[in-house]
Design a protein around this ligand. Structure first.
Ligand code: MRU
Length: 367
């Protein structure tokens, strides 16, 4: 996607042919800045400290993290250590493990002297594949938006509600939940996005609003609790979110608060769809609520807020009374029964075991 006229992906190989560029997402929307990753530790830190985030981008960064690690030492032990270090960065998004397994599959059989080149090649492929997958998700989801637009009076916008950031910043390009939105907008279909701010880290307010704004997509940021009210008043046609891990049975794990949106959507007869790239399916997990590890993040993300002062400085303030503890589960699970459909690179798939297995038979066999 473009930022002030320049096309960016969220991760790229620099001209030196070995260091890896990323956008430091912790500084958005106030400052757009890029960072170079030069070591395994840089890549692990970028994921852990959320300079990069979003399930597909976490996976892509981990893939390049392996390539950076092998430059120093391409032995079996170094490969195993790098995999462990990266795997320990964040627990919920399955794309991390998927990407590391992809790297392992390609690299393990090779002689150590061949591994660095092969690692960079597979990491680049993972990035390119992500862009292709998301574009296909966009095309599949565009049909949904077109169908809703066709039933509306000419010129009236299709209102899509989204949660967190499953936009191009969360992937290599296009986004998952946002790909259909960008494609609808590009096709001239009037679309308006309700953007949940997504406390505590505000990925909706800081990232989704930023990227929609840069692409000229009409949008309105709302507090996380406003969605149900808007749905009751006919102001939401469709909900599309992303996912960090979707089970073999169609349960969807995504940013905390997604479940409440799905409940409100069900109560109001509004379709709740999920942009799902196939690397985000965990065929080893059946029941999302009991089996998916939910990341518990620092209490300070709840007790403190960071933003820009009127003087243009970035400042952090505390909003809790002294001594009040806070809990910060970062993800929740929306049961498959609340999901109208999974928008995948192979079309819209029902959120159940049979439909998912039918759409991705090759993934079922290897699990
Ligand atoms: O904690 P984050 O910012 O990594 O969480 C991101 C999300 O929850 C996204 O919705 C999800 O990763 C899908 S990204 C296409």
């Amino acid at each position: 996607m473009k930022v002030d006229g320049t096309h960016y992906r969220t991760i790229w190989l620099n001209d030196d042919g070995w260091s890896v560029g990323i956008i430091d997402q912790t500084r958005l929307p106030h400052v757009f800045t890029t960072v170079d990753l030069k070591t395994l530790d840089d890549a692990a830190r970028a994921i852990r400290d959320m300079w990069v985030r979003g399930a597909p981008l976490i996976g892509a960064t981990a893939a390049y993290g392996i390539a950076l690690a092998l430059r120093d030492d391409a032995s079996d032990t170094a490969l195993a250590t790098a995999t462990d270090v990266l795997l320990a960065t964040r627990p919920t998004a399955i794309n991390l493990r998927w990407a590391l397994e992809e790297m392992e599959k390609v690299l393990s059989p090779l002689d150590p002297t061949e591994r660095v080149a092969a690692a960079y090649k597979r990491a680049a492929e993972i990035c390119d594949e992500d862009v292709e997958i998301n574009a296909a998700i966009g095309r599949a989801g565009l049909a949904l938006i077109e169908a809703i637009a066709a039933k509306k009076p000419e010129g009236e916008a299709v209102n899509v509600l989204t949660h967190c950031n499953a936009g191009w910043l969360a992937t290599v390009d296009w986004g998952t939940a946002t790909a259909p939105i960008y494609m609808a907008h590009n096709a001239g279909i009037p679309v308006h996005v309700w953007v949940d701010e997504t406390r505590p880290r505000n990925q909706g307010a800081s990232l989704t609003a930023w990227e929609l704004g840069h692409h000229g997509v009409p949008h309105t940021v709302i507090v996380d609790n406003a969605g149900g009210h808007l749905m009751q008043h006919g102001k939401v046609d469709l909900v599309i979110t992303g996912t960090d891990r979707t089970t073999a049975t169609g349960d969807v794990c995504n940013k905390i608060g997604t479940y409440l949106k799905a409940l409100a959507a069900a109560d109001n007869g509004i379709p709740f769809y999920v942009g799902l790239p196939s690397p985000t399916i965990d065929f080893r997990v059946e029941d999302g609520v009991s089996e998916i590890p939910i990341e518990e993040r620092a209490m300070e993300e709840v007790s403190r807020l960071t933003g820009r002062t009127d003087a243009g400085e970035i400042a952090t303030i505390t909003i809790l009374p002294d001594g009040s503890p806070a809990a910060n589960p970062a993800f929740d699970v929306t049961p498959a029964r609340l999901v109208a459909g999974l928008i995948t690179e192979r079309g819209i798939v029902d959120a159940n075991r049979e439909a998912i297995a039918r759409a991705f038979p090759e993934r079922v066999e290897i699990s």
